[in-house]
Structures are given as C-alpha cells and as structure tokens.
Design a protein around this ligand. Structure first.
Ligand code: FES
Ligand code: ZN
Length: 297
C-alpha cells in the first residue's frame, strides 16, 4: 500500500514505493524542476529511441502547456543495424502524439553510415567518433532551426558517473560543463542543453516508460568501448546500494559547487573552426577532421 493514498504500491525503486499515480507525479515534479527554467522556450528533443530520451519527450509533452513550451524532435538515422528499430519506435510515438519530427540521415550529412565508418581505419574508437558526430550534427541543426535548447536524455546515473570520472581525472574544465542546464552561446554557435530527466535515475526512466506503455529500444551499441564509463556507473550503483542517497547527495553537492567551477569554463580557448565555423579548440574541428579522414580511407 502507498502510505499517502492507500492505493496499491505497484512500483518499488530502491526502497521507494509508489502507486502509479504518485510515481507519475514524482516524475513530473522532477522534470518540472529543470523545465521551469525554460519557460516559453523552443525545445528540440534529441531522440535515440532509448528509454531516457523517450521519457524526456513524454514528460515534456505533459508539461508543455504549463510552461508554454514549443516541443519538437530530431533523430539521426546512423545506419546501424543494431538499432534499426529505433526509427520506427520514434516515428510512431511522434505521430501518435502529434510531435513534429525531423529525421536526419547520417550518410547525407557525412557521406557514410556508422556501420561503414566502423570498417575504416580510425584514429579514435568508433563509438567516440559517433558521439562526436551526433553532438555536432544536433548542435548545428538546433542552431539553424533557432532552438533555444537541445533536450538530451542524460539521467541521474549518467550525471553522477560524469562527475565521478571528471573528479578522478581532475578535469575541472569538463566538470564545469555539467549540470541540468547549459545556456546558448549564439556568438559561438553553441545551443544550450536541457537535461529533462536529470533528477530521475535510470531505473525511474525505465519504470516511467513501462508504466506509460512507451516503447523504447534497449539494444546495446555494438561498438561501445566506454570501459571506464561503464565501470564507474557500475560502482556508482554499488555505492548507492550501500549508502542510501549517494546519487542524490552527489548531485546536490555538485549543484552547489557549480558556480565555483565557472572560472574553468570561460570559453577562452574556444575558437571557430576554419573549415565550418562551428566551435573548436584547434584550427579545424574534430568533426571536420573525422569526415575528411572517413572519406579518404
Ligand atoms: Fe554510436 Fe556507439 S557507435 S553509440
Ligand atoms: Zn569544422
């Protein structure tokens, strides 16, 4: 039984018990904490077909009227056999909910798909090139379409893992880019990020999709190598089991520390790529270099 309403507790996440109604209210409250900072804004949701971005879109649709949001979606078709069902899942959800969706075909943008890129000799792991290519294409598309924020599906587990990895590596510049919201820098052609499910754990976004009957794909990327990220996430979950409130405690402390980290994120080192004009810290940006290398090899 749920202790406030007496209804049957259908959801039990790490000791927290909810009835369906209270769980949905909990998710909306957590998403609202982020979304209230984007009142009246034009939001572009980066959809992968996974549970986190699908949950983010669904929650935004429920909060749309209250916060006067304009919501649309974008999906990059990477040409990966392993996630071939993602496109259909996203298209049918957006059609059902009346959400405008743009599908970007990676081959049209870069000249190759991820499966083709994986067959080439690369200087960095495929999955890391893929992440970089996706971030670049999404940012460019968001800038060109005048979006105020790009919505990503980063959840609490992702953020705590990011914090722990960057603390360990003493990478304070990277750490200063964390947080639920980053602002748009029009002079740098950099669109802001809004992490709508920042305060929800992976278990909660999964439960949300299941309760709402939202289809998502759960296939693992076949090229993923992010060993340190995967291991850190595993340990984060282990610690959270031993020390209740570990993840929330880290998030809360990090948010308090963020203003003090601002000096590490001055953007002084950021220039415009000499080939495409988008931000880079060197002459030609990594995206332009990967594309050139991919076409030549
Ligand atoms: Fe794209 Fe791994 S190759 S997510
Ligand atoms: Zn470039």
């Amino acid at each position: 039984m749920h202790r406030c309403c007496g209804r049957k507790s259908e959801i039990n996440i790490q000791g927290m018990k909810y009835c369906k109604e209270h769980f949905l209210a909990h998710c909306l409250e957590k998403a609202g904490k982020v979304v209230r900072k984007a009142r009246g804004k034009k939001l572009l949701v980066a959809l992968s077909g996974g549970k986190d971005s699908m949950a983010a879109l669904s929650l935004l649709l429920k909060l749309r009227d209250e916060f006067h949001l304009k919501v649309s979606g974008v999906y990059i078709d990477l040409g990966m056999k392993a996630v071939a069902d993602a496109r259909e899942i996203i298209e049918s959800f957006c059609k059902k909910e009346g959400v405008e969706l743009v599908v970007i075909n990676m081959r049209n943008e870069t000249g190759f798909t991820i499966d083709e890129l994986a067959c080439k000799k690369l200087k960095r792991p495929v999955c890391s090139s893929c992440g970089l290519i996706k971030r670049y294409i999404l940012n460019k598309f968001a800038v060109e379409h005048g979006a105020d924020f790009l919505v990503t599906g980063h959840n609490t587990d992702d953020e705590v893992t990011f914090i722990m990895l960057n603390l360990t590596a003493q990478n304070l510049e990277q750490l200063s880019r964390g947080g639920p919201i980053t602002l748009t820098k029009p002079d740098m052609k950099l669109v802001g990020r809004l992490k709508v499910v920042y305060y929800l754990t992976e278990a909660e976004t999964r439960a949300y999709c299941e309760i709402m009957g939202i289809k998502y794909h759960d296939a693992k990327c076949p090229y993923t190598t992010g060993a340190s990220q995967k291991r850190m996430k595993y340990y984060v979950n282990m610690i959270d089991k031993e020390f209740s409130n570990f993840k929330n405690g880290v998030l809360k402390s990090f948010r308090e520390l963020l203003p003090a980290l601002e000096s590490f994120n001055s953007g002084d080192a950021v220039k415009h790529c000499t080939a495409c004009g988008y931000p880079t810290t060197s002459g030609v940006c990594s995206y332009c270099r990967i594309i050139k290398h991919g076409k030549e090899n």
